[in-house]
Design a protein around this ligand. Sequence first.
Ligand code: KG4
Ligand code: ZN
Length: 341
Amino acid sequence: MLVLGLETSCDETGVALYDSEQGLLADALFSQIDLHRVYGGVVPELASRDHVKRMLPLIRQVLEEAGREAGQIDAVAYTAGPGLVGALLVGASCAQALALAWGVPAVGVHHMEGHLLAPMLEAQPPQFPFVALLVSGGHTQLVRVDGIGRYELLGESVDDAAGEAFDKTAKLMGLRYPGGPEIARLAEQGTPGRFVFPRPMTDRPGLDFSFSGLKTFTLNTWQQCRSAGDESEQTRCDIALAFQQAVVETLTIKCRRALRQTGLKSLVIAGGVSANQSLRQALERMLGEFKGQVFYARPRFCTDNGAMIAYAGCQRLLAGQHDGPAITVQSRWSMDTLPAI
Ligand code: KG4
Ligand code: ZN
């Protein structure tokens, strides 16, 4: 089955062609980062308009790269939520219109299920069951995964998501959007131990997270340095390192607890923050203790992309699921409501 996947939930237009027999044939992405950077974050209306502009050229590009014709496509998968409503509607309208024109089914995919399944596109995919740490700009969740659509939420952030904490902290320190890669870059030059930040909610039981206090702690530290006349690049790097270490260690502590609690030995990390090298290394070390394994997607499939949507959509289509022709999207959508396959 040849599936066209469209991703438009936020500020990336992603398109991919996935074949159930041959795997991923082609994928293309247009990132709107430069468009939104001057505003310090995503401007929803600008995002929607840009998705309209990019979508059809990207679809033509993947068809050409894969050496396929539109007439060979068996189904269209699109991100139906969660995300920015206007942006989601562009992908949903485009997918439904193409499906109608081509006489093929369309299926709406949950964006976080897409992220969760992205490591399945790699050469050594994880096997069910596993624990998944979903860390994106909008979500931080620990989930027990027994199969597609068989999700048990173990814990989640009570305030900011991990990616959001990176983005907001970076903004407070005058860094560019998106903050995650910027903080990671500065942290590489940071002096270990100059600052040590708290590891929120690790001193009490449970698998929930909270990152907003850490953001405030970072801001206070930065302001104290500035009032003392120290706005040096090195200080920025040292603060970035302390912040990143606090997030990474907090996530690692909670993952260790989730593995102990479930008795599982496989951990999948997915979503934009799973591209973070320091997080990957810390989790790999921790999984070493369990004689377990950590799985993640290649960096460009950690952040938003069309390949994960084409893959997730294909699995649901193969199980006989698809949607009617209505163009419906959901800005908020819990993964627990998804049907099992
Ligand atoms: O999954 P994603 O592309 O979009 C959402 O679904 O939200 O995640 C984007 C988030 C942003 O907050 C970005 O700062 C963060 O992922 N991110 C990173 C890194 N690369 C992207 N955070 C930390 N380290 C990175 N290397
Ligand atoms: Zn995402």
